[in-house]
Design a binder for this molecule. Structure first.
Ligand SMILES: Cc1ncc(COP(=O)(O)O)c(C=O)c1O
Length: 389
């Protein structure tokens, strides 16, 4: 059978590939510490689990409207108002299979063939592939590590052409942890208006900010041009439940719902009930998790600061550090950290992700969404490896 050109052009997610390889090695009996994963190691809060069990027992196990049950869309509107100061009606919200499907569907309804979409780099692995899948052309916009990988409107404007239609924003950023300040967001919103660009704002890590950093949604500055994308995977430790959502202009959301009605129909009915319980329930579990992430971040940064040839500025958000390891790669051209990550896995039994997966060289991404014991062992292994090389 012939595989379509579309599918042939698609590369599989490198982060999922590394995580899978680490799990395979474990299954084969190898002792592997996995710091490659992008998911909280905590359990889904108990009251959320209970809501799902009640939904199953109560027979809430059938199709739902494609856009998601009204009860959940209302809970999402309350959340967006309470936590982000954003006003949406339930008709402006669609519930999706994780934030990933919200991004994919938003791109499918916004991109025409050949449309250029700006992507600040480093970027989350799926953006460029999803843009290509939608027929668009990703245009990466490099950011400066010396400035904490902040992306400014002037950097974006420098890459604009008559074919530029939109941009992907991700704050807090995966993998760098960069959190966009209000001043930058204002200028980017102004650019979007002036150039008539749409903005897809991926805010999945909004709960994880540190050292007094604050998350702001660009939707508060240019609501008419923005599709806000968020989900429950990270904040509520609900990766496996697959609950994400998008909010924005009613016409865009209607198109996303139509697309969903012809593809995946609706997300699991049980997950929707669980999501209502999470969003309307106590914030304490989220807070406790973020406090634990903050402590782990401090530990990892302290350990890395004593390791040779590693430069690791403190990221303001998400749950990753993104150290510069070009000094280790040395003359071999900040070559690519992929080989280094491969050696760390093979020789030290530590799974981490090379920066090349996110469009940049000379960096590694280390997740601290792992227990303190796992982090300690991971840091010991990395240190031992670096002393050897
Ligand atoms: C930046 C970013 N956006 C979106 C997602 C997708 O999350 P989900 O589909 O689980 O909601 C992830 C997951 O790692 C991510 O890192």
């Amino acid at each position: 059978m012939n595989i379509s050109e579309r599918a042939q052009a698609l590369s599989p997610s490198p982060t999922i590939a590394i995580d899978t390889r680490a799990k395979e090695l474990v299954a084969a009996g190898r002792d592997i510490v996995n710091l490659s994963a992008g998911e909280p190691d905590f359990d889904t809060p108990a009251h959320v689990q209970e809501a799902a069990v009640a939904a199953i027992r109560g027979g809430f196990t059938h199709y739902t409207p494609s856009e998601g049950i009204r009860e959940l869309r209302e809970a999402i509107c309350r959340k967006l108002k309470r936590e982000n100061g954003l006003e949406y009606r339930p008709e402006q919200v669609v519930v999706t299979v994780g934030a990933k499907q919200a991004l994919h569907n938003a791109l499918l309804v916004l991109c025409n063939p050949g449309d250029e979409v700006l992507v600040p780099s480093p970027f989350w692995v799926s953006y460029t592939e999803q843009i290509r899948l939608a027929g668009g052309v990703p245009v990466t916009v490099p950011t400066d590590p010396a400035e904490g990988f902040a992306c400014h409107a002037a950097d974006l404007e420098a890459r604009c052409t008559p074919a530029t239609r939109g941009l992907m924003l991700n704050s807090p950023n995966n993998p760098t942890g960069a959190v966009y300040g209000l001043a930058d967001l204002r200028e980017i919103a102004e650019l979007a208006r002036r150039r008539n660009l749409w903005v897809i704002s991926d805010e999945i890590y909004e709960a994880m900010v540190y050292d007094g950093a604050e998350h702001h949604s660009i939707a508060g500055l240019c609501p008419e041009r923005t599709v806000v994308v968020n989900g429950l995977s990270k904040a509520y430790a609900m990766t496996g439940w697959r609950v994400g959502y998008a909010a924005g202009d009613p016409a865009v959301i209607r198109a996303m719902v139509a697309l969903q009605s012809q593809t995946t129909s609706n997300i699991s009915s049980v997950s929707q009930k669980a999501a209502v319980a999470a969003l309307d329930g106590p914030h304490a579990p989220v807070q406790a998790m973020v406090e634990e992430f903050a402590a782990r971040r401090g530990y990892v940064l302290e350990r890395l600061s004593t390791m040779p040839n590693i430069v690791c500025p403190a990221p303001q958000g998400a749950f990753y550090v993104f150290p510069d390891v070009s000094a280790i790669l040395g003359g071999r051209a900040a070559a690519d950290a992929a080989q280094l990550a491969g050696r760390v896995l093979d020789e030290a039994g530590l799974a981490i992700v090379p920066g090349t997966a996110f469009g940049v060289r000379g960096h590694l991404r280390i997740s601290y969404a792992a227990s303190r014991a796992t982090l300690t062992e991971g840091m010991n292994r990395l240190e031992g490896f670096l002393k050897k090389v």
